[in-house]
Design a protein around this ligand. Structure first.
Ligand code: HEM
Length: 178
């Protein structure tokens, strides 16, 4: 695996996120214009698809870190993990988070949930999940520069955090307990 492939961005992450944002806003505006009130359910369907992609990445990335932390820096295995981690982050995780946030905020505004207690807590947990996202993103950079100091055991524990946040968020949005 060439070091070039590991360090060269697939394309600029900021550009990818901007494209995801632009496409999402344009598609949402088009759906609202074409469908009126029926757009709500379509937008919610796309929100859930974005969440599935975001969560798939958030659950898999720390799992890659567990194995990467065991690989010898500079080995072919380690370089392969670098490519896998960067692509997962830039192609799946970052754009799907942008889409989930934009559509989720629109849904909340449209349905008048901004005054609901469950929605406030959902926002807090979604912010926490985004914070974990930021930490994982910084960790991809540290692994790329062979500077990871977090042990395999700690990665195994951190691996559970996105799943716990997801469980809380899904219960809040489905049960709406308060
Ligand atoms: C990023 C910020 C987020 C915002 C602002 C947001 C907001 C919303 C809103 C307003 C709805 C519509 C609720 C309804 O119509 O009853 C919704 C639906 C949903 N959200 Fe989110 N959400 C976010 C992130 C997440 C996350 C991280 C997850 C899961 C890990 C999630 C899972 C869901 C699910 C499963 C639904 C469908 C619920 C249903 O139809 O009963 N959301 N979201």
């Amino acid at each position: 695996m060439s070091a070039d492939l590991a360090t060269k961005p697939a394309s600029s992450p900021a550009r990818r996120a901007a494209v995801a944002l632009g496409v999402t806003v344009a598609a949402t505006a088009g759906a609202i214009f074409a469908l009126g009130d029926a757009a709500y359910l379509w937008v919610k369907a796309v929100h859930v698809m974005a969440i599935i992609a975001w969560m798939a990445g958030m659950l898999y990335l720390p799992r890659l870190f567990i194995y990467h932390a065991e690989a010898k820096p500079g080995s072919e295995t380690s370089e392969t993990f670098k490519v896998m981690e960067r692509r997962l982050l830039e192609i799946i995780i970052n754009p799907s988070m942008v889409i989930a946030w934009v559509l989720g905020l629109w849904l909340g505004w449209k349905a008048g949930f901004f005054s609901a207690g469950w929605f406030h807590l959902k926002l807090v947990l979604a912010l926490a999940l985004s914070g974990v996202h930021g930490y994982l993103s910084a960790s991809v950079r540290r692994f790329r520069e062979d500077r990871n100091t977090v042990s395999t055991r700690t990665w195994r524990i951190l691996n559970e955090v996105p799943a716990l946040l997801m469980a809380g968020i899904v219960i809040l949005v489905i049960v709406k307990p308060f």
